[in-house]
Design a protein around this ligand. Structure first.
Ligand SMILES: [Zn+2]
Length: 62
């Protein structure tokens, strides 16, 4: 499975605890949210981007 390079485009590494699987999520067009979907059960999640930013690049969701 080849993946195009997204260097420069911000993303977060999300652990979907529902299925114990990691997935990258990218910012939506507005740049205010990260949108992600569990690749296994297709549950959608949305992260609000903190105004001051966050050093953390990894999150887990339930
Ligand atoms: Zn899931």
């Amino acid at each position: 499975m080849s993946e195009p390079s997204f260097t420069g485009r911000p993303y977060l590494q999300i652990l979907f605890e529902c299925c114990q699987v990691y997935q990258r999520v990218y910012k939506d067009r507005s740049g205010r949210f990260y949108l992600g979907r569990c690749p296994t059960c297709l549950r959608q999640i949305r992260f609000r981007v903190a105004p001051h930013g966050s050093p953390a690049r990894r999150f887990r969701v339930r």
